[in-house]
Design a protein around this ligand. Sequence first.
Ligand code: SF4
Length: 191
Amino acid sequence: MSGVIVTDLKQWGYCPRIVYYRRVMPGVGKATFKMEEARQAQEMIERLELRRGLHEYGLESAQRHFGMWLTDDGLGLAGKVDLVLETERLAAVVDFKLTSGEPGENHRLQLGGYAMLVEAAFRKSVDVGFVFRIPDNRLFVIQVDEVLREHVHKALRSISEISEQQLFPPATAVRARCVECEYANYCSDVW
Ligand code: SF4
């Protein structure tokens, strides 16, 4: 597998080993109920979004682009953005989240990756991203600053290294994540 997809960035922030399994041992994971649930939610997401006012994003007017697949060879990154909000001068990215927790480092990396893809494709700056938590209709603002951009670049370099050199990364420090992980059978050292 060559180029990185934004889902890899998100998984990298959750547990680097998931990225290793996906890229170095493709096909060994089991599809989970959560993944199927996410796929079925797509239509509902667009319906809900069209009822929301743009003022919730701090915008008076913007064009909405749903489900855009973007790729950039310079970044070595590709991904499907749930929603791009485009104004005359700038753009913003929105990701819809089905789970109930607070957005974590994995979501920040994901939003940062989307923001950088949109900047390259639209040639407009993206300084902010949003995570829309569907279960309670709550919006979280993620600043796309230089620190986040550097985290994205660093994660992209690390993912390329583990793919090319087949380096087995350490397990997540948050072992509760292992309980429902589709790769639990392959990580005997965490139990
Ligand atoms: S079982 Fe735990 S350490 Fe292994 S891939 Fe899953 S989350 Fe990561």
